[in-house]
Write a protein that binds this ligand. Structure first.
Ligand code: NAD
Ligand code: SER
Length: 327
């Protein structure tokens, strides 16, 4: 990688971890973190951090010029649950945030763009099991519609203008370093914090809701691996299916009970249930494996142990010991 990287939406669940990983790889000064919000997170302040509205095209262009940016990771978006509450805002941010960057790529201001899609591009008419890379896609959520349209624009700008845009259909992402930002899969992070703090959790999805999920470390590695793949090997320019594992809330509950036998799990499904019900159970990511060698490292057992250990460590470090015993 030559030049400088800009991560927009850097204060979010993925951005916080991606900035850290990119700075470890390329150095603090070569990774510019940008978000609408100010931050006091030390990992984001280890290098340049700027407040930026991704919908302000001239401000984005000024930042690109000022820092001589060559690669952009565009992460700013409204996630599925928030998007259902604010459809117009979600469409504006999720579409125009991408469109402005695609245009700046077309104008030669940026040479490579990463933009994440989601399993939400699929809908109730898509095959549920091992959903293929190419299949029926009739998303029924505001978020899914915006991601599907975004994928079409990415492919169009690549085919029509040669823009080097790369994308992954992330499953639900689970990590301990940053909080999730309004998605349907957020329960799979919340459950671990609640297990450590209260030894119980009330889940907003039903016990048997199977969804594709992934440990954040795997997702960050996939993102950087895709961005480092030679352009000729990136054969899909809409977005790659990406899989880690699939599980239900009850399956995480059983795994947590191996570490905390008294863990109690209740279910009070809300509006997010219908979003989850419209998404696949599992994903076929053979195109990512074939084209750029993708392979996940975490399964549910490893993920559960890591989440519990790291959250307890965080609690202890901040003086909030829960009294629960280590895994
Ligand atoms: P998040 O909500 O945690 O973070 C998004 C960040 O964007 C926030 O910090 C927010 O302040 C910022 N932002 C919002 N409006 C902005 C604006 N106008 N200008 C600049 N910044 C703005 O989201 P995330 O979970 O980190 O997701 C990042 C991307 O990955 C999104 O495109 C999301 O759709 C996609 N994705 C996430 C998951 C997941 O499980 N987290 C799964 C699939 C896809
Ligand atoms: N994790 C995301 C959400 O639930 C899926 O893209 O919105």
């Amino acid at each position: 990688m030559q030049g400088t990287i800009l991560v927009i939406g850097a204060s979010g669940q993925i951005g916080t971890e991606l900035v850290t990983a990119l700075r470890q790889k390329w150095g603090d000064k070569r990774v510019i973190a940008a978000d609408l919000r100010p931050t006091d997170q030390p990992e984001l302040l280890s290098g340049p951090y700027i407040q930026l509205d991704t919908l302000d095209r001239s401000a984005v262009e000024s930042v690109i010029d000022h820092y001589q940016i060559t690669e952009v990771y565009q992460l700013a978006a409204l996630l599925s649950a928030t998007a259902e509450r604010h459809p117009e805002k979600a469409w504006d941010l999720n579409m125009n945030g991408l469109f402005i960057l695609l245009e700046l790529c077309r104008a030669g201001k940026v040479s490579k763009l990463f933009w994440p899609s989601s399993i939400a591009v699929f809908g109730p008419t898509s095959p549920r099991l091992l959903t293929p890379q190419r299949t029926i896609m009739e998303p029924t959520s505001v978020y899914g519609i915006s991601k599907q349209a975004g994928e079409r624009w990415c492919e169009y700008y690549h085919l029509k203008h040669g823009v080097d845009v790369r994308s992954l259909r992330y499953p639900g992402l689970i990590g301990y370093r940053s909080a999730p930002g309004g998605g349907t899969t957020d329960y799979a992070v919340d459950i671990f914090y609640s297990a450590v703090e209260n030894d119980s959790y009330t889940c907003f999805l039903s016990a048997g809701t199977m969804l594709p999920m992934m440990m954040m470390e795997d997702a960050i590695r996939a993102t950087i691996e895709l961005m480092e793949t030679p352009a000729s090997s990136v054969k899909i320019r809409s977005s790659y299916n990406l899989a880690g594992m699939s599980f239900t809330p009850e399956m995480i509950g059983q795994e947590i009970r191996k570490h905390q036998p008294g863990f109690r799990l209740d279910y009070v499904p809300d509006f997010r249930q219908s979003l989850a019900d419209s998404w696949p159970d599992s994903i076929d990511d053979s195109a990512a494996r074939d084209d750029w060698g993708w392979k996940p490292e975490y399964d549910l057992a490893r993920l559960t142990e890591k989440m519990l250990v790291e959250i307890r460590r965080k609690k202890q470090a901040s003086g909030e010991t829960s009294g629960l015993h280590g895994a």
